[in-house]
Design a binder for this molecule. Structure first.
Ligand SMILES: [Zn+2]
Length: 429
């Protein structure tokens, strides 16, 4: 009996381990498919294939990574498609390893480092999820009188959705908010390090009495949430590098995950900018705000309304875009549209001045594609945020197969571009 239950337990263990085995993309071929307005039909036809969509969304085309065993079946469908990558796993390898930053430093304790910011070598590689919290603790410890770590709530799997609040001489919560979100889409790894780079430089500038940075703290409180979707991010590090959504199952479907950037309660049910299918990468959920992550963030966001939101940015990759309101309708514009366009133009110029990288700017829907229930639409449309943007980071729109995978050697320059851009924005708005 005892032996039997041990075997049963072992079988359960083996099954669950097998189910969580790391996904290999060896031999996956990536295609760009022109939809010719027949997207729905195309998606029905590819439904049974072992394949994963590797676009951020969809306009007149989308990118699909097809498993080796189904390449022939895919080609037989005869779509208007061209090959972007012979082997996705080769592109993924260019990212470099995920390496510990803190473990290698035997002398590291927060107390020992209380006076110092983390070394900038943090940004040389991608880091394990757990160390990001340590990084923020270290930032906070180095800026003890002007910052606090806050917890918005918990993810579906119970992880803390944390952030850091920075304030200046006016005291905590005395100024309008500058509010940043990162990593709602789990596979967009460059998002968190860029947000961290900005946070590091805000604190460093304040500590060193940089007059420009000090002037930002005279005007604003900063609220920075690096991981809107921690469960999804952990899953990209443990199991599937190309996972996008959260990890919430839905009854009646074997597919897991809701797209947090289609789940906010603003124009959530407007058709055309999200999917009603739990298997889609842009699944919007069964009701607005029915994911634990977005529910918690909505409550937190509403608490910022007292002083108002001056600037909100949701950091994504990829494509090099600065996207303004709105996503839900290609004709809709913010009341201060001209001002937003003008600041976005200056933002783009400041980014380009660093190393020539071009960021396209314009209203979200008409510049890229329709999105409903997105966070910038919610912030602008429901919360009255004066500037409410999505920034799609490197690489550029040709990314295709490796778009979500930015070599670690580009983390620092991506951070520098956004820091120069943000300094322009905060000086101008
Ligand atoms: Zn995204």
């Amino acid at each position: 009996m005892r032996v039997q239950s041990a075997i049963t337990a072992l079988a359960v263990l083996v099954t669950s381990v097998a189910a969580e085995e790391r996904v290999s993309y060896e031999g996956y071929k990536v295609y760009r498919i022109d939809t010719h307005d027949e997207s729905e039909q195309i998606h029905k036809l590819i439904d049974g294939l072992h394949a994963v969509e590797v676009s951020c969304g969809e306009s007149d085309h989308f990118d699909l990574a097809v498993a080796p065993e189904d390449v022939e079946a895919f080609q037989a469908l005869g779509f208007d498609a061209f090959l972007l990558s012979e082997d996705l796993s080769v592109d993924l390898a260019e990212e470099g390893p995920v390496e510990s930053f803190y473990e290698s430093d035997a002398n590291f304790t927060l107390e020992a480092r209380q006076q110092s910011l983390p070394a900038l070598s943090w940004f040389n590689l991608y880091r394990p999820y757990v160390e990001h919290a340590t990084f923020f603790s270290q930032l906070q410890a180095a800026f003890p009188s002007n910052s606090r770590i806050f917890n918005v709530g918990n993810s579906y799997q119970g992880r803390s959705i944390y952030g850091i609040h920075l304030w200046g001489p006016g005291g905590q919560g005395s100024r309008p908010a500058v509010y940043f979100h990162g990593t709602v889409h789990a596979r967009e790894w460059i998002s968190a390090p860029v947000v961290e780079y900005l946070t590091w430089h805000l604190i460093d500038g304040y500590r060193n009495n940089d007059p420009l940075v000090r002037s930002f703290f005279d005007k604003y409180d900063f609220y920075i949430v690096p991981f809107v979707n921690p469960d999804g991010f952990v899953y990209t590090q443990s199991t599937d590098r190309l996972w996008r959504k959260n990890r919430q199952p839905r009854s009646g479907s074997s597919c897991v995950g809701t797209d947090g950037n289609r789940n906010w309660n603003f124009q959530w049910s407007t058709p055309g900018g999200a999917s009603t299918s739990p298997c889609s990468e842009t699944y919007r959920g069964q009701a607005a705000g029915d994911t634990p992550e977005i529910r918690a963030l909505t409550t937190f966001t509403n608490s910022l309304s007292t002083r108002g939101i001056k600037l909100f940015i949701d950091w994504h990759s990829y494509g090099q875009y600065i996207l303004l309101p709105y996503g839900y309708n290609c004709q809709a514009r913010a009341p201060n549209h001209n001002a937003q366009m003008s600041v976005a133009a200056g933002f783009s110029n400041a980014i380009r001045a660093v190393s020539g990288t071009r960021f396209t700017y314009g209203p979200s829907c008409s510049t890229l594609y329709a999105t409903t229930g997105s966070s910038p639409d919610y912030m602008g449309g429901a919360m009255g945020a004066e500037y409410s943007w999505t920034v799609e980071l490197r690489p550029g729109p040709g990314g295709g197969s490796s778009g979500f995978v930015l070599p670690a050697s580009q983390i620092v320059v991506s951070g520098r571009e956004q820091w120069e851009g943000i300094k322009y924005v905060l000086s101008t708005i």
